[in-house]
Design a protein around this ligand. Sequence first.
Ligand SMILES: Nc1nc2c(ncn2[C@@H]2O[C@H](COP(=O)(O)OP(=O)(O)OP(=O)(O)O)[C@@H](O)[C@H]2O)c(=O)[nH]1
Ligand SMILES: [Mg+2]
Length: 272
Amino acid sequence: MGYAQLVIGPAGSGKSTYCSSLSQHCETIGRSINIVNLDPAAENFNYPVAMDIRELISLEDVMEELGLGPNGGLIYCMDLKYHRHLEENLDEWLTEELDNYLDDDYLVFDCPGQIELFSHVPVLKNFVEHLKRKNFNVCVVYLLDSQFITDVTKFISGCMASLSAMVQLELPHVNILSKMDLVRNKRDIENYLNPEPQTLLAELNQRMAPQFGKLNKSLIELVDQYSMVSFSPLDLRKESSIQYILSQIDMSIQFGEDADVKVKDFDAEDDD
Ligand SMILES: Nc1nc2c(ncn2[C@@H]2O[C@H](COP(=O)(O)OP(=O)(O)OP(=O)(O)O)[C@@H](O)[C@H]2O)c(=O)[nH]1
Ligand SMILES: [Mg+2]
């Protein structure tokens, strides 16, 4: 059994930074973790890259050869069905690469930020199916920038994007509010971490014209019914915050429940 986090969220929400902080944290505590770059547009990394989708396809090539813009180009790169003309496709690449990993290995996938990938294009869904076939326990780590929740309308839009990922990917789901170091008024944020539906509705109604009342009520009910829409704050300056988030994620993929946490072999010669 392998373990995997699929790190998704809107563009710029801090996915790659989270991956690099997680990598450092695990290095510090001597835990083995492998970060995979799934972003064909990525340029540089602050973490050691275990697997890199750019070995298969690069956004630059696609944009140049097909005359696509950056977003359309990216969706093209990720969409398996377009890869018939390539010698290898994403599935094959993944199969080959995953063969390098053994039972109990822990992978973290740093995904691109185009929300199409988890709202309606089935790319990530297929990708997850593939990981499951390879016997990986997978969960979604959905990052939302704390700056989103300075405003109830932005918060609802962030929740909707998270919900569409839940509906499409059908995986255990951990919602994270990133960039907590940028939050000035902590009290504002607390209202959004475990939102009280009635409070949200009142705020939303206040912000919007009266004719949206019914829609607002339905939206809030939807968010409330999926009680999964609650966010855990992540402050990358604090080791304890990273540790807490990691423990929540581990729980959702049952990591460490039946196996000892895999510790890096620092000095293999020393064992008796
Ligand atoms: N202050 C602060 N800035 C952050 C934090 N995390 C990320 N950033 C900044 O936010 C910007 C985007 O961060 P990335 O990690 O590249 O975000 P991403 O989600 O990987 O972006 P895409 O891959 O383009 O979708 C960068 O300028 C980061 O330095 C954080 O915890 N605090
Ligand atoms: Mg990134």
